[in-house]
Design a protein around this ligand. Structure first.
Ligand code: SAM
Length: 188
């Protein structure tokens, strides 16, 4: 198969934009898969800030990154408060929207807090850096978040950021798609 699936594509993008020593953000730690992947990319001289609102996600992520304690901060807080915790330049941020598989499906990411988090990441992002969002939209509330987000990213000025939507258009059951925001210059 030549067309990369959505999640492998996210990894390809992260590999292309994150280098050893970088500072990066996982906006939705969940079970910590992306946090671990990022920790391995930035290495012991870099740092990953991972956020989640659920204690169970924080614990699962801490367990998964136990070998990377020095270079990962798992923060029990909403990503809308990123600016309170991160002040250094980042090379990438990743968000997997929706609910935590195996946990309470009513705890989902919300459009306004997701946008606030993206705005904070846009301030922190280096030119050439990426914000990657995996948009799940089959669950209750997912379609609203999808539509609000698409409206928001479509309105970002082209001279400031380029926005890509990577989506398979003939698959059943609301497959997730990826939004990628690449920062092109420091100021809007
Ligand atoms: C699809 S899961 C993330 C999966 C994760 N990337 C992984 O590798 O397992 C979405 C996560 O977002 C979290 N979440 C919901 N609202 C949030 C918020 N405002 N800030 C941070 N995390 C939030 C949920 O608790 C859930 O764990």
């Amino acid at each position: 198969m030549k067309l990369e699936r959505v999640l492998p594509y996210v990894k390809t993008l992260l590999k292309s934009s994150v280098s050893p020593g970088d500072i990066v953000i996982d906006g939705t730690a969940g079970n910590g898969h992306d946090t671990l992947f990022l920790a391995e990319l930035v290495g012991s001289n870099g740092h990953v800030y991972a956020f989640d609102v659920q204690q169970t996600a924080v614990e699962a992520t801490l367990l998964r990154v136990s070998e990377w304690q020095e270079s990962v901060s798992v923060i029990h807080s909403g990503h809308e408060l990123i600016a309170n915790y991160v002040s250094k330049e980042i090379s990438a941020a990743v968000f997997n929207l929706g609910y935590l598989p195996g946990a309470d499906h009513s705890i989902i990411t919300q459009p306004q807090t997701t946008i606030k988090a993206i705005e904070s990441c846009l301030d922190l992002l280096t030119v050439g850096g990426l914000i990657i969002l995996v948009v799940y939209h089959g669950h209750e509330g997912g379609a609203t978040e999808r539509d609000v987000l698409l409206n928001y990213v479509s309105s970002l000025p082209q001279s400031f950021v380029h926005v890509l939507k990577y989506e398979f258009v003939n698959q059943q059951n609301h497959p997730p798609f990826v939004l990628v925001i690449e920062k092109m210059k420091y100021k809007r």
